[in-house]
Design a protein around this ligand. Structure first.
Ligand code: SAH
Length: 455
């Protein structure tokens, strides 16, 4: 009988490369082995954590021969929690990895001409630590104390955090102060095992331009006991918090947000500034997590789009309109769509606040609204898409290929779905280049701008 590998077994392994999730990849008796914490060219002692038919999963038990790119992780909890998968890799090597993730995804899906795409070196961040403007952490009662943090991998065991390598310090300070208030006031904290208690998640978002902070309590019930005292203490002790909301998310769903958000105190928005424009941000609306890199990303998109003043521009997957409104003065009109109603309200409000009269945003999915607009005779000259990780819907791609706007740019936060979508898109469009931008230093996540020319 063939020797079977057991969980817990250890063996030396040479690491060939990093997979798209930032794990070291090697071959143990010709079987693919993914090793967390191991880097290319290293020899490690791997310890098996899971055995599958086609591959093994392992952790790094010991490093026998270290990569020259290995650095001491700045996050003390590296290895115990997710969110900092590349914290042990020197930053220039992180950037090379991100370009390589795009290459690996293309090699997997093989869209037309993929071998010849111009994959530009990833644009790095000036500040690769403490960049995240939003802390979104589950809260639990641990030994009588209210703690916020991250789950240990593959578990629901909360590891409390007081700082975190990628979080802006203010987001952590406010999170911890709120935990203290919840504890003092004995507000019931959610207990997953018994599905009891109330406060599930704390969301703290900071505007880097204005210093304003937005707080959302995600709760298991509509009732939030002692909320008046809570709001009073926030007003007294956390003057930077100008917007406090409650989001109702009952049930045992794994989604963080429920459908309904209610303003508890202050204003419904905080204001962030990007490329010289002010953007009102509502609690549930998407906003890029790394404001400094967002401006670079948008400038790359703008450059790739090469708008003409007469252009009719579509801003698809618009969020609060940050991209379209940044470009509105360079186009004749901007039309956008977005699925979250409150984000669309914010987008139209943002147009007005910035004195932009040629942009309008509508509520709906890109795959439903865009074909509808085309059927009504709408003819876009330029289109920018910025979908979530799932990429573009087939119905949207079909409408896009039919309308075939001359200028087209795809901003992707997931190279796999991008490469998949390119297989179809390259029937009508040629890929001029792919510019990756590092929006998420220390993680394996990769963002890319694709410039196309219509065939
Ligand atoms: N362009 C914006 C938002 C990008 S994130 C920015 O740079 O900030 C992607 C956005 O697409 C999110 O706001 C999400 O709510 C929205 N969305 C998700 N699925 C959608 C769909 N099918 N149609 C339209 N918008 C969608």
């Amino acid at each position: 009988m063939e020797n079977t590998v057991q969980v817990g077994q250890r063996f030396p392994l040479t690491i060939k490369r990093l997979d798209i999730n930032g794990r070291g990849l090697g071959y143990y008796k010709r079987k693919i082995t993914f090793v967390t914490g191991a880097l290319p060219q290293e020899v490690v002692v791997a310890e098996v954590t899971a055995v599958h038919d086609r591959y093994l999963e392992a952790t790094t038990h010991r490093i026998k021969q270290a990569s020259p790119d290995r650095v001491t992780p700045s996050e003390p909890l590296f290895g115990q929690i997710g969110g900092v998968e590349l914290n042990h890799l020197a930053y220039p090597a992180q950037l090379n990895f991100k370009r390589d993730v795009v290459a690996q995804s293309l090699a997997k899906f093989k869209p037309t001409g993929w071998q010849h795409y111009d994959l530009r070196p990833t644009i790095g961040a000036a500040h690769p630590l403490h960049y995240r403007n939003k802390a979104q952490f589950p809260v639990r009662l641990i030994d009588g104390h209210v703690r916020a943090g991250l789950y240990a991998p593959n578990s629901h065991k909360l590891i409390p955090l007081t700082t975190f390598a990628t979080q802006r310090p203010l987001t952590m300070q406010v999170t911890i102060a709120l935990c203290g208030m919840l504890e003092d006031l004995q507000v019931p904290i959610y207990d997953e095992a018994h599905h009891s208690g109330i406060v599930k998640t704390l969301v703290v978002r900071e505007s880097v331009a204005t210093g304003e902070v937005q707080v959302t309590f995600v709760t298991n019930s509509a009732k939030l006991p002692h909320h008046l005292q809570l709001l009073e203490r926030i007003a007294q002790e956390l003057p930077m918090v100008v917007s406090v909301s409650q989001n109702l998310n009952p049930g045992t769903t794994s989604l963080i947000w429920g459908a309904k958000t209610t303003l508890l105190a202050g204003q419904p928005y905080i204001t962030e500034r990007l490329l010289g424009r002010d953007f009102a941000v509502s609690p549930q609306a998407f906003l890029q997590l790394n404001p400094e890199q967002t401006e670079i990303l948008y400038q790359e998109a703008l450059k790739a789009l090469a708008l003409t003043p007469q252009a009719t521009l579509v801003d698809a997957y618009a969020g609060i309109g940050t991209i379209g409104l940044s470009l509105a003065d360079q186009a004749k009109t901007v039309r956008g769509m977005e699925i979250i109603p409150e984000a669309v309200t914010a987008a139209n409000y943002n147009a007005q606040q910035n004195g932009i009269t040629n942009a309008h945003y509508a509520v709906g999915t890109a795959e439903a609204l865009f074909p509808q607009w085309l059927a009504q005779g709408f003819k876009p000259d330029a289109l920018i898409v910025d979908p979530p990780r799932a990429g573009l819907e087939p119905a949207f791609i079909q409408a896009l290929l039919k309308a075939a706007p001359k200028q087209f740019v795809y901003i992707s936060c997931n190279p796999s779905t991008l490469a998949r979508d390119l297989v179809v898109l390259t029937k009508r469009y040629q890929v001029d280049y792919i510019q990756s931008v590092d929006m998420f230093p220390q993680t394996a996540r990769c963002e890319a701008v694709v410039k196309f020319t219509r065939r």
